[in-house]
Design a binder for this molecule. Structure first.
Ligand SMILES: [Zn+2]
Length: 449
């Protein structure tokens, strides 16, 4: 019975479009009110629409509405004899309850290392590192998710002009190391201790002032613990889209993936490609590599193609995350990218797709897509101001179905458009694009540790 309902539910997921218009809270309230009087079919639809509102509430950071949505989801799922455990758990987690806060209990200095001790074990996600450098003033900043019960006025460390530490708000303490010359600080965590090591370089006795080195990489504290799988689309017997001057999608996306790999490795990430050369790889093998490597992110890179009559007009960068397609255009693009898998489509059951539509993963994928899309645009537009923002969209790409981590698919441009096709094969543009994607990934991790 549950299976039949699930199947029905799946059909509705794919078939339904959702009416937008009034605001989030009104929409939610109106839907929840209908549940007790709705037929089974109507309740399936209500459940589906509530799932969309769930994502919208998270994106809008509307916790209050999220609670209403969850209550509604529990109600309509119960009426469909569907499992409500996950929703109940989440609702419980949303309600405020006392917890022990993280505290910095002491700060010590040993040789060239600052040692912060906490009342409990900390993780890399509790610390965000960034630099603020301008002429003659270099700052290494650590934002620490902890309270600072004591004041520390005189902290001094060789190689650093000034050290400031203060609590900004609840569980947010900022440590600033400031210097007239670039600071070389490295940090690591061991259980309940954060170590910040300064590499002190004695000033050279020279009369001229050395040029300040402006570090461009964010030296992400988290990068070394993150694994990213990049999937250059198509390959081997499957050329992907064939565009202007018979350029093939598989070649451009491989080059970009290779540049992206280099760029990410430079920033400290662990990176794997699903193919390193012109070779056919099944869709299943692409995501299973990501699952096997326990990847934190899965990025599939593709180039788009337009129908002949739109060769000149259709262009732009689009980033997709997996979800039932909302628009005809997204469905059409998904159908094209899915074509090479039609044969093993049966291997992916509808239940697998249904379970992929796990809320947390959709939301994370949506957030990742937003950061990557804006990373790409701000990078490429520095040199090519005409690049069009095709936006972040939802679509049912099969290549993303099997991934157990946030997964997105980037359509880097239209290979059928003469200008874009030439760029997609231009090594300079490929590098700028790769940098943009990497910036997007950095931003995603900074915000979603
Ligand atoms: Zn493709």
């Amino acid at each position: 019975m549950v299976k039949i309902v699930k199947r029905l539910f799946f059909l509705y997921l794919v078939g339904l479009t959702f009416l937008f218009g009034s605001n989030l809270r009104d929409q939610t309230e109106a839907l929840v009110k209908k549940i007790p009087f709705a037929s089974k079919t109507q309740n399936i639809q209500i459940c589906h629409n509530l799932k969309n509102l769930y994502i919208s509430s998270i994106v809008a950071e509307d916790k209050q509405n999220l609670k209403t949505v969850l209550k509604g989801l529990i109600q309509c799922s119960k009426r469909l004899s569907l499992d409500t455990k996950e929703y109940e758990q989440e609702l419980y987690e949303l309600s405020p309850k006392p917890k022990t806060s993280t505290k910095i209990t002491s700060i010590a200095i040993q040789d060239s290392t600052l040692i912060l001790t906490f009342n409990k074990n900390i993780q890399s996600k509790d610390i965000i590192f960034f630099e603020l450098n301008d002429k003659n003033r270099y700052k290494d900043i650590y934002d620490i998710k902890a309270n600072l019960p004591d004041t520390y006025k005189r902290l001094s460390l060789k190689g650093v002009d000034e050290i400031k530490i203060a609590q900004n708000r609840y569980e947010k303490t900022r440590l600033v190391l400031q210097n007239k010359t670039p600071i070389d600080s490295k940090s690591y965590i061991k259980a309940n201790k954060l170590f910040i090591k300064i590499r002190y370089k004695a000033k050279p006795k020279q009369t001229y002032t050395p040029k300040p080195i402006i570090k461009t990489t964010k030296n992400s504290i988290f990068a070394s613990s993150k694994t990213i799988v990049i999937d250059p689309g198509h390959g081997g017997k499957d050329p992907g889209a064939i565009g202007y001057k018979k350029y093939e999608e598989k070649d451009s996306v491989l080059k970009i993936a290779q540049y992206l790999k280099k760029e990410l490795q430079k920033r400290g990430y662990r990176v794997y490609l699903t193919r390193y050369k012109d070779q056919f790889v099944s869709l299943h093998d692409r995501t299973s590599l990501a699952n096997r490597k326990n990847a934190d992110l899965f990025l599939s890179i593709h180039a788009n193609a337009a129908p002949k009559k739109s060769y000149l007009s259709m262009k732009g960068v689009e980033t997709f995350f997996l979800s039932p397609a909302k628009t005809d255009k997204a469905k059409a693009i998904a159908a094209k990218e899915n074509a090479s898998v039609i044969t093993n489509m049966n291997a992916i059951s509808k239940d697998t797709l249904l379970s992929f539509l796990n809320r947390t993963r959709i939301i994370q994928s949506n957030k990742l897509a937003i950061d990557i899309q804006s990373g790409i645009l701000s990078s490429v537009r520095k040199k090519y101001d005409s690049v069009i923002d095709g936006g972040v969209r939802e679509a049912p790409f099969w290549v993303l179905v099997g991934a157990q981590m946030p997964a997105i698919l980037i359509e880097i441009g239209y290979i059928t458009n003469p200008t874009e096709a030439q760029r997609l094969f231009n090594p300079f543009y490929q590098r700028v694009l790769a940098k943009g994607i990497a910036n997007g990934i950095d931003n995603y991790f900074i915000k979603n540790q």
